[in-house]
Design a protein around this ligand. Sequence first.
Ligand code: UDP
Length: 336
Amino acid sequence: MKILLTGGAGYIGSHTAIELLKQGNEIVIIDDFSNSSSKALDAIKKITGKDFKFYEMDYKDREKLEKVFEENKIDAVINFAGFKAVGESVKKPLNYYINNVSGALVLLDTMKKYNCKKFVFSSSATVYGNPEKVPLTEECRVGGTSNPYGRTKLMIEYILKDIYTSDDSWDICILRYFNPVGNHESGLIGEEPRGIPNNLMPYIVRVASGKLEQLSIFGNDYNTHDGTGVRDYIHVVDLAKGHVKAIEKLEKEGKGLYIYNLGTGIGYSVLDIVNAFEKSTGQKINYKITERRPGDIAECYADSKKAKEELNWIAEKNLEDMCRDSWTYIKNQKQE
Ligand code: UDP
């Protein structure tokens, strides 16, 4: 299969590129480096020993995108080109709707023109809003997302359903990520959020490295085992392998619109993460308890049965792997 990865130099895209190449697929990457760097492309080549075509461009640029389809016989597309910072999406909603929604429309319409109808979409557990129950199954109610980022994910899911309803020769797989953390074990690629990180693990590693002073734990009065928020953290390499399985399903079975949760099925609290990080890396995390963060929910974790049964996929890495591999990359950066 020749697979186009939009945003393939980013955090999840680059890890998926490695797993796809390892399985013998060909890939083409496009990226504008708005939230990534060319270092990731060198790392993909170094880790896999394989080469691929790369186009530095905005995926919304229709003319350039058509050229990519003209020059390559693309069998399937995985779209990683979405913006993903929740806080930023509240401040810059138009940027998010334009990049994520308009971008997806340009991409899908171009795919249609070139009769490329296999599409894997990076969605998020955020589409469940305030979970009606945990663990969350794919059938749980969606909606009630509290920010523009989450709404773009849900809108694109609806768009994909409409496209499939109108033309069932599309093969579409929507992957709802829970909380991706960790990095490739080589320490060569990793998550590089712009500015001060929003998410827990990137914040913790920067406290450990001395870049940030103290972690604020947003509330310890939730109805959870220790009062802090509970999430389903999943190692990015496991997540990347989920994409390979999704592509395989579309290649072999095709003809359908599928939705899968990609999570471990285990919920860990903020304090569980801090303790596990300290234990597996030997680094002390300075923290204080503060107010709840507006819009946060108490707990969110996946029922991952459907992905296991239909994709033959399960998360294999544990919390210790996630903490260690998150730290290795940052430690390497420090030494550079
Ligand atoms: N969190 C925290 N301090 C931080 C960042 C996050 O206590 O600096 C908590 C947050 O309240 C939530 C969990 O960590 O309970 C995961 O937050 P994150 O932003 O990583 O993911 P999301 O809330 O989008 O699932």
